[in-house]
Design a protein. Structure first.
Length: 357
């Protein structure tokens, strides 16, 4: 008895389990684990297989017997786990997932499997108390997968299930807590996770913030395609005009706030395109637009919190007090107009001289 007890203790510590955690995963008391390790008692024969799997050794190795047999049972559960989300019979899958967890408590993806099926079938429960009980089970079992698993894909899926379970059992603050833990690097973003926790005015503000951030990201991507591009390249013109159209479609009233700096750069590039074709009237006009948006950008930077007024962003604000000042956009533009050689053809024009004042 002492030998198996010592092996349990060594393997428990190797796997970074406390006696309490090992006991919880096996469904026994921590006193039972303590007695095994002290050699006072031995695990029940039915406990050997799940204990060995939890400690990531074979049953023979736990008992001190060398094993060369393949674990066909685990291969069966693995194949069922891969396909479980395609199944329609959730009750049957629920029983299978419970059995997988019972036999392989150290396979944390099986806990995720069980928690996911419990989430599915909770909506089939007619009684509200049964619905909440099943949701609680789903949360508990997904938490085991999230807190102990190593595979980031399944950890993130388990976390998503936890957020949804709290949301649909009307525990919004708990849902938000776990939404804030959702990784930004996952294809599904933290904003997506938070979105499912909200409704009403709070949801509208959040969605408008997501729209503003997405618009900024898209402008950044388009800008990289044209900002240093040859003004005679038709793709450059297409990129500039696409970005301008997108911004003006969403911010339809001209109150562009953080997007004024994008619009200033857009019109400066449109002036370059006009210069390349010797359309000097259009070039000066576009530079005037560029300066207008540069002035608006500088004003917005010093104004603290500002609210958009266009329909698609009318509940969203942009707080410049949290941003690092980027200098005067207008000053930088005027220095370019005065010093850059590409504007030499405009310097004798009266409208250009007025623009510089």
């Amino acid at each position: 008895m002492n030998n198996i007890g010592q092996r349990i203790k060594q393997l428990r510590k190797k796997n970074d389990f406390t006696q309490e955690k090992l006991a919880d995963l096996l469904g026994v008391t921590y006193q039972s684990v303590s007695k095994w390790e002290c050699g006072t008692t031995m695990p029940d024969i039915a406990m050997i297989a799940p204990l060995a799997r939890l400690l990531q050794v074979s049953a023979d190795e736990l008992l001190g017997i060398k094993s060369v047999e393949q674990d066909e049972r685990k291969a069966y559960f693995d194949s069922e786990f891969v396909e479980f989300w395609k199944k329609d019979d959730h009750e049957a899958d629920y029983l299978l997932a419970k059995q997988a967890v019972k036999e392989y408590p150290g396979e944390y993806k099986y806990w995720h499997w069980l928690g996911t099926v419990e989430y599915y079938i909770s909506f089939d429960r007619q009684n509200h108390e049964e619905f909440l009980e099943m949701m609680d089970n789903s949360i508990q079992h997904n938490l085991i997968a999230y807190e102990n698993g190593a595979d980031e894909k399944w950890k993130n899926t388990a976390l998503w299930n936890i957020i949804c379970a709290y949301k649909y059992s009307n525990r919004i603050e708990e849902a938000k807590k776990y939404a804030n833990l959702y990784p930004e690097s996952d294809p599904t973003s933290r904003d997506d996770a938070m979105e499912i926790c909200l409704d009403g005015e709070e949801l509208l503000v959040h969605q408008q913030g997501m729209l503003s951030d997405a618009l900024s990201k898209l402008c950044g991507i388009l800008g990289k395609m044209w900002v240093f591009g040859d003004a005679t390249d038709p793709r450059v013109r297409a990129g500039v005009e696409a970005e301008k159209t997108i911004i003006e479609s969403i911010i339809s009233d001209g109150n562009a706030l953080r997007f004024n700096i994008y619009l200033s750069g857009i019109h400066e590039k449109l002036a370059d395109i006009a210069l390349a074709s010797k359309d000097y009237d259009t070039a000066v006009k576009e530079l005037g637009n560029a300066r207008k948006y540069a002035v608006a950008s500088d004003k917005a930077q010093t104004s603290g919190k500002q609210y958009y007024t266009c329909l698609l962003l009318d509940h969203y604000d942009y707080d410049y007090s949290d941003c690092r000042p980027c200098g005067s956009v207008e000053k930088d533009l005027l220095e370019q107009l005065k010093e850059n050689k590409k504007y030499a053809a405009l310097r004798d024009r009266e409208d250009f001289k007025i623009l510089l004042n």
